[in-house]
Design a protein around this ligand. Structure first.
Ligand SMILES: Nc1nc2c(c(=O)[nH]1)N[C@H]1C(S)=C(S)[C@@H](COP(=O)(O)O)O[C@H]1N2
Ligand SMILES: [Mo]
Length: 264
C-alpha cells in the first residue's frame, strides 16, 4: 500500500518535472520552477527514493540480471536522446582525431589511478549483451552493447574500502546558464558497478559506438533507467559521498529531482 502510494507520487512528479525541466533548458529559469516553493514535493520524493531503493534491492536481489534478448528483437537503431552531438571544443578536438588522444581516467578513492586509451580498454575482456533501454520520457529500445565490464576496471584500479559510489564525468555540456555551464554527470553504487551486466560500452549493434549514443565510451547499467547511463565519459571517480558534487544528489538529473536509484 505505502509503496504504491509513493510510486504514484513519483510518477506524477516525473510527469510534471519533465515539462518544467524542458522549460529550464530553454529559459535558464529556476530549476525547480513549477514545484511548490516549500519543498513538499521534494520531501515526498526523497522518502520515496529511499524506500524504492531499499525495497527493490530486497525484492530483486543484488545480482539479478536484466532480461537479454535475441538479434531478432533489434528492430530499430538505438534512439538517441539527451545530448547527441556535444559542441564542446574539447570533445570536438578528440573526435576530429578519432579519439586517439582520449583517455579514461580512473581516480578518487583508488590505490592505483588509471589512464586508459580506447585501445587499452578494448584489449581487456569484453561482454556483449542485447538489452532494452528504458527512458523516463516513456520510450524503449532494444540494442546490442559491447564493452569492458566495469568490475574489471575497478579491480585494476584497486578500489579503497571507504569508497561507496562510482561517479561518471562526461565531456558534454547539458546546461548553459549565467551561473555557469554544467557538464553531464551521474553515479551508481558499488553493487551496480560490479553487476555483471554493467559495462563501459564502446560498441553498439556490432559497430563502434556512434557519437549520438555516446562515443567513445558510455556506461550501461541494465537494470536502471536511461539517465543513469552517462555517455561521453572521460573520468570515473570513486567517492564516499556526493557532497562536493553539483547539489549533492549524485547526478545532473538527480540534482533536478529525479530518483538517484533509477531502478526498474
Ligand atoms: N553525457 C550524457 N549522458 C546521457 C544523457 C545526456 O544528455 N548526456 N542523457 C541520458 C538519457 S536521459 C538517456 S535516455 C540516455 C540516452 O542514450 P541514447 O542516446 O544512447 O539513447 O542517455 C543518458 N545519458
Ligand atoms: Mo532518458
Amino acid at each position: 500500500m505505502t509503496i504504491s502510494t509513493f510510486r504514484i507520487n513519483r510518477r506524477k512528479f516525473l510527469g510534471a518535472s519533465s515539462v518544467a525541466l524542458s522549460g529550464v533548458l530553454l529559459s535558464g529559469c529556476d530549476v525547480f520552477d513549477g514545484l511548490p516553493a516549500d519543498g513538499s514535493v521534494r520531501n515526498v520524493l526523497e522518502s520515496a527514493n529511499d524506500l524504492t531503493y531499499r525495497v527493490q534491492r530486497l525484492l530483486a536481489g543484488r545480482d539479478a540480471l536484466a532480461q537479454e534478448f535475441s538479434e531478432a528483437d533489434i528492430r530499430q537503431p538505438q534512439r538517441p536522446n539527451g545530448i547527441t552531438a556535444p559542441d564542446d571544443s574539447v570533445y570536438k578536438d578528440l573526435l576530429s582525431k578519432d579519439f586517439a588522444d582520449w583517455r579514461l581516467e580512473v581516480a578518487g578513492l583508488v590505490e592505483k589511478p588509471l589512464s586508459l586509451s580506447r585501445d587499452e580498454l578494448q584489449k581487456m575482456p569484453s561482454r556483449t549483451q542485447i538489452t532494452r533501454h528504458d527512458c523516463v520520457e516513456g520510450w524503449s529500445c532494444i540494442a546490442k552493447w559491447t564493452g569492458t565490464p566495469l568490475s574489471l576496471v575497478l579491480d585494476e584500479a584497486k578500489v579503497k574500502p571507504e569508497a561507496r559510489f562510482v561517479v561518471f564525468h562526461c565531456l558534454d555540456t547539458i546546461e548553459r546558464s549565467l551561473s555557469g555551464d554544467v557538464k553531464y554527470y551521474g553515479s551508481i553504487d558499488l553493487v551496480d558497478a560490479r553487476h555483471p551486466q554493467t559495462i563501459l560500452a564502446y560498441g553498439l549493434n556490432g559497430k563502434p559506438l556512434p557519437v549520438e549514443n555516446g562515443a567513445p565510451l558510455r556506461v550501461r547499467v541494465e537494470r536502471q533507467l536511461g539517465y543513469k547511463m552517462p555517455k561521453y565519459i572521460h573520468r570515473i571517480e570513486l567517492v564516499d559521498s556526493f557532497a562536493a558534487m553539483g547539489f549533492g544528489k549524485g547526478g545532473y538529473w538527480e540534482d533536478r529531482g529525479y530518483d538517484w536509484f533509477g531502478g526498474m
